[in-house]
Write a protein of this length. Structure first.
Length: 392
C-alpha cells in the first residue's frame, strides 16, 4: 500500500509538532498554496520569520548569487557577507559587537554564557527571568522558563536562576539584589500571550540595575527587526539593554541568529571560548543584508502604517463582540485578540476559510504576518473573524 505524505511523515519524523493538515506545494508573497491548488492567506509568516513574504525576489537573488560563490567555508576565514551584515547591524542598532548564531535558542545560550562570565568576574551568580517568557528549547533557555509542558521530566536544569512574576514590581524589589548577574526580558512576550511590559516595571528594573550593577539582556528573537513599530521592542521603553538576542526574521527565511553586545559585555569571551560551525553562514548573511536594507530604506514606515490599520480593525471587532473578545494585545505586527475562551477553535475555523494564524497562551489569537500585508488582506481576516464570532 502506498502511503500519502502525511502518513509518511508520521512514519519517518518524531511526532513533536502539532501540524496543520496542509501539504504545501509552494508559497509567494503573503500566500501559501497546497498540492490541491488551495490558496491560504499566511498571517503567521513562518512564526515571524518571513518578514518580506515568501519567495521574495531580492531574497531569491541573494541566495542565487551567494550560492554561486560558496555556501560554507567555516569561521576560520574572513567572509564579506558576515562583515557587511555585522556592520549594518551595528549601524542600525548602535551596539558595539555582533556574534552570529543559527537560531534564537542558540542566541539565548550564548547570551547566558556572557552573563555567567560577567557574573564570575563580578562575583555574582543569580540570573533572573520571568513568568510567561519563552527563550528556546535548549537547556539554558529552558532554565529561564517556567512552562512545565516544555520541561516536565527533563531536569535538572541550571542552578541560580530565579523566575519572577512578569510586570510585578514587588517581585523585583524583593528578589533582585547584589548577587544578581543578569536579567533576561522579553519586552513583549510571544508565547506568553502577547503581554507587553509595563513601563513602570521597566523603569524599576533600570533603577535596580543602577543600584546593583547587573546586565539587562533583551530577547528580541520574535519582537525585533521592526516588527513592533520600532527596530527593537525595548525602544518603546526608557531602557538600553547590555545584550540583545535576535533571530527569526533576520534571514528572511534562512536560519540565522545573532547576539548584539555593548561595550560593557563585548570583551567577556576570547578566542576559543565560544563558537559555532554554521553561525554567520554566508548564505544566511547574504539574505540578512536584504532584510536590513529593506528596513533601512523605508519598510519600517510601511509596518507602522499597516499595523495601525490592523489595530483599528481589530478594535472595531472588540466593540462589536465585547462579550467574546476580552482585549487587543501586542504591538505593531506582533498582535492579536484575547478571547474569553480558548482561541484554538478560532484558529482552526480560520484555517478552514484559508487563513493561517495561531494561538498562544490558550486564549490569544496571535498574528505575526509578513511586513508586506495590505489593507485588503486585513479586511478579509476581520470579515472572516466577524462571521465566525457571529455564529458562535
Amino acid at each position: 500500500m502506498t502511503l500519502n505524505l502525511i502518513e509518511r511523515e508520521h512514519e519517518a519524523i518524531l511526532q513533536t509538532y502539532g501540524r496543520l493538515p496542509v501539504e504545501i506545494d509552494y508559497a509567494s508573497g503573503c500566500y501559501i498554496y497546497d498540492v490541491e491548488g488551495n490558496e491560504y492567506l499566511d498571517l503567521l509568516g513562518g512564526i515571524a520569520v518571513n518578514v518580506l513574504g515568501h519567495s521574495n525576489s531580492e531574497i531569491v537573488q541573494a541566495i542565487t548569487e551567494q550560492s554561486g560563490k560558496y555556501l560554507h567555508v567555516s569561521n576560520f576565514f574572513y567572509q564579506k557577507p558576515q562583515v557587511e551584515l555585522a556592520e549594518m547591524l551595528k549601524y542600525i542598532s548602535g551596539y558595539d559587537k555582533v556574534f552570529f548564531s543559527n537560531s534564537g535558542a542558540e542566541s539565548t545560550e550564548g547570551a547566558l554564557k556572557f552573563a555567567r562570565k560577567w557574573g564570575s568576574i563580578n562575583n555574582k551568580k543569580k540570573v533572573i527571568a520571568f513568568t510567561g517568557g519563552f527563550h528556546g528549547r535548549t537547556y539554558g533557555a529552558l532554565s529561564l522558563m517556567e512552562g512545565e509542558n516544555y520541561k516536565n521530566g527533563m531536569g535538572p536544569f541550571i542552578d541560580d536562576v530565579d523566575i519572577l512574576e512578569f510586570n510585578s514590581i514587588k517581585d523585583l524589589q524583593t528578589k533582585i539584589d547584589e548577587n544578581t548577574a543578569a536579567v533576561f526580558i522579553e519586552f513583549i512576550q510571544g508565547s506568553g500571550g502577547l503581554t507587553v511590559a509595563d513601563p513602570e516595571w521597566v523603569t524599576k528594573i533600570t533603577e535596580l540595575q543602577e543600584k546593583f550593577n547587573f546586565l539587562i539582556i533583551a530577547d528580541e528573537v520574535q519582537s525585533g527587526l521592526g516588527r513592533t513599530g520600532k527596530f527593537f521592542s525595548f525602544e518603546h521603553f526608557d531602557v538600553k539593554p547590555d545584550i540583545v538576542t535576535i533571530a527569526k526574521g533576520l534571514g528572511g527565511g534562512i536560519p540565522i541568529g545573532a547576539i548584539l553586545l555593548n561595550e560593557k559585555s563585548a570583551n567577556l569571551l576570547g578566542p576559543g571560548q565560544h563558537g559555532t560551525t554554521f553561525g554567520g553562514n554566508a548564505l544566511a548573511c547574504a539574505t540578512g543584508l536584504v532584510v536590513l536594507k529593506k528596513l533601512n530604506d523605508g519598510l519600517q514606515t510601511d509596518i507602522n502604517r499597516i499595523s495601525a490599520y490592523l489595530k483599528k480593525k481589530l478594535q472595531e471587532l472588540i466593540l462589536k463582540y465585547p462579550e467574546r473578545i476580552k482585549t487587543y494585545k501586542g504591538l505593531g505586527l506582533m498582535c492579536g485578540l484575547e478571547f474569553y475562551f480558548p482561541a484554538k477553535p478560532i484558529v482552526l475555523e480560520l484555517l478552514n476559510r484559508k487563513i493561517i494564524t495561531n494561538s498562544t497562551s490558550n486564549t490569544v489569537l496571535r498574528l505575526v504576518p509578513p511586513y508586506i500585508i495590505d489593507n485588503n488582506m486585513i479586511d478579509r481576516l476581520v470579515s472572516e473573524l466577524d462571521s465566525i464570532l457571529s455564529e458562535l
